[in-house]
Design a protein around this ligand. Structure first.
Ligand code: DX5
Ligand code: ZN
Length: 216
């Protein structure tokens, strides 16, 4: 399977979101990654459901919603109403992750679970069969443009092994510091989906940059 590319809206031009969504529509991007931050789970606040809802009306790519918020189970219904394809919640923010995954599925979305850089993958042993995706953070969540944490490469490889042993169909997504040097290493390690924000949106030709990431 070719690697899926999910550009992160966090690095888009918020004064002209429409132009950036239309660029994404024309590009080879597979999904659109949307980072919701609450200023509690992470030290930053990004955007919320009114923005996701507006974007969903013009975006032709499936929405890959990454909730960096405490108690994300409060927002399953609202995320579904925005037309999200994927709802990804943090392991560290969910007390009853199994229940939340069931609720996400019941609302017709795919369920993802995200791990901070310091959270070990062994904690997923009893949920890996139930999730559609595991998002490994390769920076500490909260901001775009941070330096890639190399340790995630062996984490991807170990997670790939765990997924194969368990018979799970979960995709592995990596988020943070993905660019032309880190992307090939992640693909080699076994990543299925690459999120990339600043590298794509700050490049001179984002459509070409997406094409290059897609065809590594
Ligand atoms: C960080 C977010 C990322 C962010 C990635 O907390 O989850 O999705 O947009 O940005 P880059 O690709 O610039 O590291
Ligand atoms: Zn993200």
């Amino acid at each position: 399977m070719k690697t899926l590319i999910s550009p992160s809206l966090l690095s888009a031009d918020f004064t002209n979101l429409k132009a950036d969504i239309e660029m994404i529509n024309r590009s080879e991007a597979d999904w659109l990654h949307m980072d919701v931050m609450d200023g509690v789970f992470v030290p930053n606040i990004s955007f919320g459901f009114p923005v996701i809802n507006a974007v969903s009306k013009i975006c032709k790519k499936p929405l890959d919603v990454h909730l960096m918020i405490v108690q994300p189970e409060r927002y399953v219904e609202q995320t579904a109403k925005c037309g999200a394809m994927m709802m990804c919640v943090h392991y560290e923010a969910c007390t009853h992750l199994h229940r939340t995954v069931q609720e996400i599925h019941a609302k017709g979305m795919k369920a993802g679970v995200a791990l901070n850089p310091s959270t070990p993958i062994c904690l997923l042993e009893d949920i890996i069969q139930d999730v559609d995706m595991v998002l490994l953070m390769s920076v500490n969540p909260g901001f775009g443009g941070q330096k890639f944490i190399e340790n995630v490469l062996q984490k991807v490889a170990r997670l790939r092994h765990m997924i194969e042993l368990s018979g799970s169909k979960a995709l592995i997504e990596v988020d943070g510091g993905v660019q032309n040097e880190t992307a090939p290493k992640l693909i080699n390690a076994g990543a299925d989906v690459l999120v990339s924000g600043s590298y794509i949106f700050r490049s001179a030709n984002p459509i070409q940059t997406i094409h290059e990431l897609k065809n590594l």
